[in-house]
Design a binder for this molecule. Structure first.
Ligand SMILES: NC(=O)c1ccc[n+]([C@@H]2O[C@H](COP(=O)([O-])OP(=O)(O)OC[C@H]3O[C@@H](n4cnc5c(N)ncnc54)[C@H](O)[C@@H]3O)[C@@H](O)[C@H]2O)c1
Length: 316
């Protein structure tokens, strides 16, 4: 049986599938040629990450297909209900990348707290000639310890982010319309654990209290953060969006950065992917990454193994 991993698959997944007798194709087939490719090669399992879209054209016209698998969380690139209605299995790996995304949030937070995005842009150009000028320009760093991290969305990634924040000595406040409280276990290398109970509060209170705000909600129709929400925030607060493009209103964010209402922000996801607005790319107060939240070797290994074991369970 053929598995097409159109957006790649970690070695752990390939090995597990091949050992179970599957043939794994790692070719990246162009979106408009996918239907023909799947039919010609009688592909039974189509695996994607976020790049390949699995819409009705594929679901309706590829009779060999039995499973659509998403390596990762958000399934907005797949017509999930439609596919299930047609008898296809749609699977994903919801927990595999939570810690990777949480660590990326902190990579951005530590970076923006100490001017790393700007310093990294300027040091290669002027580090030799204007060292003292740059040293002065980036002298007003802040520490994360003792500050308040606000979380919008307190599911798997929100909670993983909260654990890192608690370990650093930050206060954590969170809003989630579907979660009243979370019981968090912070596990240490020597098997000791600390337990925290965090009760969620209103969105308005999170926005008012946060020094740093991080979003961990699924893709949705409306902006979660736009002008109204930004106005409620502390002057000089910072925002990270490693959830989905379209969760934060980018125009409103740039305006807030220009006014100084928001001091800095970090974006891993963009309203226009893979061609983000140039106003974002050139903004010195933005820390930017190209949608790499789940892109660690460890997460990709977990994704590969989880997908393989689900496929084997369904088909073998
Ligand atoms: N940057 C990346 O590479 C990357 C990687 C993985 C996931 N993600 C994104 O992270 C998101 C969160 O993932 P997760 O595993 O934590 O999902 P999850 O389902 O465990 O948690 C999402 C939480 O958001 C809450 N929520 C929904 N709408 C909300 C709203 N308007 N305001 C506040 N809370 C709201 C839900 O109740 C849920 O508890 C994913 O949907 C995906 O879009 C990004």
């Amino acid at each position: 049986m053929k598995v097409l991993a159109n957006d790649g698959l970690a070695k752990s997944g390939i090995v597990a599938l091949e050992e179970a007798g599957f043939e794994v194709e790692l070719t990246t087939v162009a979106q408009d040629q996918l239907v023909d490719y799947i039919n010609e090669n009688k592909v039974v399992v189509l695996l994607v990450r976020s790049a390949t879209k699995v819409r009705t054209d594929i679901i309706d016209n590829c009779p060999s297909l039995k499973i659509i698998g998403r390596g990762g969380v958000g399934m907005d690139n797949i017509d999930v209900e439609y596919a299930r209605g047609k008898g296809l299995h749609v699977i994903n790996t919801p927990a595999a990348s939570s810690h990777s995304v949480a660590e990326l949030v902190f990579a951005h937070l530590f970076g923006i707290a100490r001017f790393l995005p700007q310093a990294n842009r300027e040091m290669p150009l002027e580090g030799e000639s204007k060292f003292k000028v740059l040293k002065k320009a980036y002298a007003k760093g802040v520490e994360l310890r003792g500050k308040t991290l606000g979380l919008i969305g307190f599911g798997r990634i929100g909670q993983a982010t909260a654990k890192i924040a608690l370990g650093l000595g930050m206060k954590v406040v969170a809003f989630d319309p579907f979660i009243d409280a979370a019981h968090l276990e912070l596990e240490f290398f020597d098997h000791q654990s600390l337990f925290f109970e965090i009760n969620t509060i209103s969105k308005e209170d999170v926005l008012k209290e946060a020094d740093f705000l991080s979003l961990h909600v699924p893709a949705q129709k409306e902006y979660v953060i736009s002008t109204k929400e930004l106005e409620l925030m502390k002057d000089g607060a910072c925002i990270v969006n490693a959830a989905r493009g379209g969760v934060v209103d980018e125009v409103a964010l740039v305006e807030a950065l220009e006014k100084g209402k928001i001091a800095k922000a970090a974006l891993d996801v963009f309203e226009k992917e893979p061609t983000p607005e140039v106003q974002l790319l050139m903004n010195p107060n933005l820390s930017l990454t190209p949608h790499i939240g789940a892109a660690t070797g460890e997460a990709q290994d977990r994704i590969g193994t989880e997908l393989a074991s689900q496929i084997i369970d369904i088909l073998k």
